[in-house]
Design a protein around this ligand. Structure first.
Ligand SMILES: Nc1ncnc2c1ncn2[C@@H]1O[C@H](COP(=O)(O)OP(=O)(O)OP(=O)(O)O)[C@@H](O)[C@H]1O
Ligand SMILES: [Mg+2]
Length: 263
């Protein structure tokens, strides 16, 4: 029997580097490797598209933001006492916002309606992790750019931070910036994994390798590299479910080898 340590894994990195794609492929790997585990996917990225990637339409009403907006309307209509705090609203609505798929659950954060601000919803992300994580073996988080919202000291910590970079100066710059933020707000992770996505199989890889080795922290590790894949592009363009990527495909084999280091 394979024993799984409880993990809370968050993906971050510059826009468009492949965070959501790799999160879904991590999910695929977990479903394949561990038959009966409870997995929660939290989509906290403002340009939410985990649903799109796995062919599941999620409308605003099903999101945490949507549920909270509904709750507030009930307060305004005096259907619920006026003196409930936002924390209480989150606590009562978060279970209702869970979307049950066959083999895993999804929580879509959505936007904070009215306030016009996405970040206000993500202020509750840490609280939500604290409430939900105990019910799951693995929590996968598609995180928005800043990581400050993980800084709340209470409850469960994200165990593994995966920072994705593509082969670009900006990708690597954002990676370094994220590492700085984790220091500034004193975030503790068991592991920080640097993952090079869409890297050609040549000496360009050495550049990221060198960047990571100069950081010189033993908990910050280079996870490895994933090649650019026509199969991934094709699935994306035709709008197919990425979970259907062939287990015999080259990128999936690469990904399996890399993610086995995390779980
Ligand atoms: N290894 C790869 N090979 C080919 N295409 C890829 C690969 N990784 C990601 N892509 C493609 O790159 C695009 C961006 O990927 P994705 O949406 O996962 O990035 P993201 O970091 O989540 O972006 P955002 O910051 O907008 O949320 C998608 O079209 C995806 O299919
Ligand atoms: Mg994304």
């Amino acid at each position: 029997m394979i024993i799984l340590m409880k993990k809370i894994i968050s993906f971050s990195g510059k826009g468009g580097v492949g965070k959501s794609t790799l999160l879904v492929l991590m999910l695929k790997y977990l479903l394949e490797k561990f038959k009966d585990i409870n997995i929660l996917v939290i989509d906290a990225d403002p340009d939410a598209n985990i649903g799109d990637i796995i062919g599941k339409e999620i409308n605003f009403k099903e999101t945490v933001g949507g549920k909270m907006a509904e709750f507030k309307q009930k307060i305004q209509k005096r259907l619920i006492p006026l003196d409930v705090s936002k924390d209480q609203i989150v606590e009562s609505e978060v279970f209702d916002a869970l979307i049950e798929m066959d083999q895993f659950d999804i929580l879509e954060m959505g936007r904070g309606e009215g306030e016009g601000c996405y970040c206000s919803i993500n202020n509750y992300l840490k609280r939500i992790i604290d409430i939900l994580a105990k019910n799951y073996d693995v929590v996968l988080i598609d995180a928005p750019a800043g990581l400050e919202f993980f800084a709340r000291k209470t409850g469960r910590n994200v165990t593994d931070l995966v920072i994705v970079s593509d082969p670009s100066k900006m990708g690597i710059h954002t990676m370094k910036r994220i590492l700085e933020v984790t220091k500034e707000v004193n975030l503790k992770f068991e592991n920080i994994w640097i993952l090079g996505n869409r890297f050609p199989e040549n000496s360009i890889r050495d550049i990221l390798e060198k960047e990571v080795s100069t950081i010189g922290k033993e908990y910050i590790k280079l996870l490895g590299f994933i090649e650019n894949s026509d199969e991934i592009s094709r699935i994306n363009i035709i709008g197919d479910n990425l979970l259907n990527l062939s287990i015999d495909s080259k990128p999936y084999k690469t990904i399996k080898g890399l993610f086995a280091q995390i779980v």
